[in-house]
Write a protein that binds this ligand. Structure first.
Ligand code: ADP
Ligand code: TZD
Length: 572
């Protein structure tokens, strides 16, 4: 403990906040300093915490969210009042939507002035603004409540379905003092912040009976399964039942994508043909066509393993809900399965294998082409080979085509090695996620970024250089959003809405801050530059030149993109 903590036997709000976090095993703050939290960042660093200072709060918030997902501890994002808070709020909302535990801690202006709307510096009623976007929101007014307030925030973020929590710390709190011993006694170490939730035995039995009856069963793993860190049991469940499985994008690598039971290469076939589907930590939201319609073919019978009881029946009827934490549920299912489980009918697994072989050889053919300029496939083929050789590295991925193609081309081999746009399909997570992945895992990170996607958080290349993080950013530069060919049909000389400066040198952005910038025009150059980046551990940005005609509008979700429905009629 530093000597100034105990000045005259007193402790202040700053130190109590820091000690409350440390007591609960939180060792990193992602944030951006300013009034009233500048000293909090300095003191936290002085007290041995890692403080990662960003250039924009949204990126700090995204880093906190990714850290939460990767570590099962709430990631902390620290911001200043009003605008800083609002900048962090998007990340808080995104964390909540994705079920990632994080706490947005924001300093706030004087309550007396804010509540009378008398016009304080950065005045805002942040607590109420935050509420619709998070699981819980708290404000601490007194130093003696810091311990309990931080404990409530941690427990809210982690227990049940994880999510985002807002913690409001008014400026006056930080300089409040109290007796140091009493202050330390007031801190709370949260015991069992994410208590196990054991599923009721009859629900497990019901699920197993349904699964046993299936002729064409399928297991669908979502990012809740990845979050749960029940990797060995999940793998055992898949392997002991012999049931084909599909991973959602952030569940890739729970079992290696090359696993014989992976049905990824026959995705549309298995979704349409399966008769019983067991969802494990995955929601039937838009990413799974809400569990109905053409994608799903004939009516299905669903088993859903989830911690949130109200998730059940959210889109279609779930015949066998199993409510509990995934670790407990999967181990109960395994116990019920025992050793005498009969594997699914060979007809089902053999047909899937055939479809997979056909699609994989088609893909291999496409990947073997070497067009100039590169297209998404040829560039991703190079990245796929690099990841195959280094399965421990973390892949961050955002964009439209860049996301959709990378998801299917770049195989993952280990759990929680892929972070992406998630439930909202949000752009801007790239650099925040990459920083958190590097900080929490100590492993190299590859960020595969559409050029538009990269722009949302691109300034953080300076942060990556400042902290000398082993992040290799690959910008898929096709001169625009989706593609670079849009034309302005009006008489103005403005560029069309979806195009960027042609031939932009993103690599020079990295050079500007002392990192390594490379331009890659071929898969060979791309692969070489990535190998060098990984070997050196230096921040690197590879400007990968992609055919500007190669993408499709909105990638694979073109169907969600409303098109003009009427032609212009002359005005009356
Ligand atoms: P994906 O996008 O990969 O399909 P979703 O984010 O839609 O995944 O779904 C994740 C689900 O996992 C959520 O419904 C959430 O309640 C659930 N979940 C998260 N953590 C756990 C856990 N530890 N145990 C059980 N369910 C969990
Ligand atoms: N803003 C935010 C926060 N999220 C979004 N998803 C969008 C805007 C809309 N959007 C997409 O859905 S993808 C995308 C945008 C702007 C960028 C696609 O272009 P890209 O990738 O260059 O990143 P490709 O590979 O060229 O398609």
């Amino acid at each position: 403990m530093s000597s100034d903590t105990d000045n005259h036997g007193l402790i202040d709000g700053f130190h109590l906040v820091i000690e409350a976090l440390k007591l609960n095993g939180i060792d990193t703050i992602y944030g951006l300093p300013g009034i009233p939290i500048t000293d909090l960042t300095r003191l936290a660093q002085a007290e041995g915490m890692r403080v990662i200072s960003f250039r924009h709060e949204q990126n700090a918030g995204n880093a906190a969210a990714a850290a939460g997902f990767l570590t099962q501890k709430p990631g902390i994002c620290l911001t200043v009042s009003a605008p800083g808070f609002l900048n962090g709020l998007t990340a808080l909302a995104n964390a909540t939507v994705n079920c990632f535990p994080m706490i947005l801690v924001s300093g706030s202006s004087e309550r007396e002035i804010v509540d009378l709307q008398q016009g304080d510096y950065e005045e805002m009623d942040q607590l109420n603004a935050a509420k619709p976007f998070c699981k819980a929101a708290f404000r601490i007014l007194h130093a003696q409540d810091i311990g309990i307030g931080v404990a409530r925030a941690i427990r809210s973020a982690l227990s049940g379905r994880p999510g985002g929590v807002y913690l409001d710390l008014p400026a006056k709190l930080f300089s409040q003092t109290m007796d140091a011993q009493a202050g330390r006694r007031s801190l709370v170490k949260v015991v069992d912040p994410a208590p196990r939730q054991i599923p009721a035995p009859d629900t497990v039995q019901r699920a197993l009976e349904l699964l046993k009856d299936a002729k064409r069963p399928l297991i669908l793993l979502g990012k809740g399964a990845a979050y749960a860190q029940a990797d060995a049991d999940i793998r055992a469940l898949v392997e002991r039942t012999g049931i084909p499985y599909l991973p959602m994008s952030m569940a890739k690598g729970l079992l290696p994508d090359t696993h014989t039971q992976s049905a990824s290469a026959a995705r549309s076939y298995v979704l349409a043909e399966a008769d019983v589907v067991m969802l494990v930590g995955a929601r039937l939201n838009w990413l799974l066509s809400h569990g109905k319609g053409k994608t799903w073919g004939a009516p299905k019978r669903f088993i859903q393993v989830d911690i949130s009881p109200t998730e059940i029946d959210s889109n279609v009827q779930i015949e066998a809900p199993v409510i509990g934490d995934i670790g407990s549920c999967v181990s109960a299912l395994l116990a019920g399965i025992g050793s005498g489980w009969s594997r699914p009918p060979a007809e089902w697994t053999a047909t899937i294998a055939q479809r997979k072989d056909k699609n994989l050889s088609k893909m291999a053919q496409t990947l073997s082409l070497d067009p100039s300029p590169m297209n998404f496939h040829s560039a991703l083929g190079a990245i796929r080979d690099v990841v195959k050789g280094r399965p421990d590295i973390v892949v961050v991925n955002e964009g439209a085509n860049t996301l959709d193609f990378a998801r299917s081309i770049v195989d993952m081999y280990e759990p929680r090695k892929r972070l992406d746009c998630g439930t909202w399909g949000i752009m801007g997570i790239g650099m925040g996620f990459a920083v958190a992945a590097a900080v929490t895992t100590g492993k190299p990170v590859i960020a595969i970024e559409g050029d538009s996607a990269f722009g949302f958080s691109g300034m953080e290349v300076e942060t990556i250089c400042r902290y000398n993080l082993p992040v290799c950013i690959v910008v898929f530069n096709n001169n625009g959003v989706y593609k670079g060919t849009d034309v302005n049909v009006s008489k103005s000389t403005d560029p069309a809405p979806t195009v960027f400066v042609k031939g932009a040198r993103y690599d020079l952005m990295m050079e500007a801050f002392g990192g390594k910038g490379v331009t890659a025009a071929s898969p060979q150059e791309l692969g070489r530059a990535m190998h060098e980046a990984i070997a050196s551990g230096r921040p690197t940005l590879i400007n990968a030149i992609i055919d500007e005609t190669a993408g499709t509008e909105s990638g694979r979700i073109t169907s969600l993109n409303p098109k003009k429905a009427a032609i212009k009629t002359p005005s009356a």
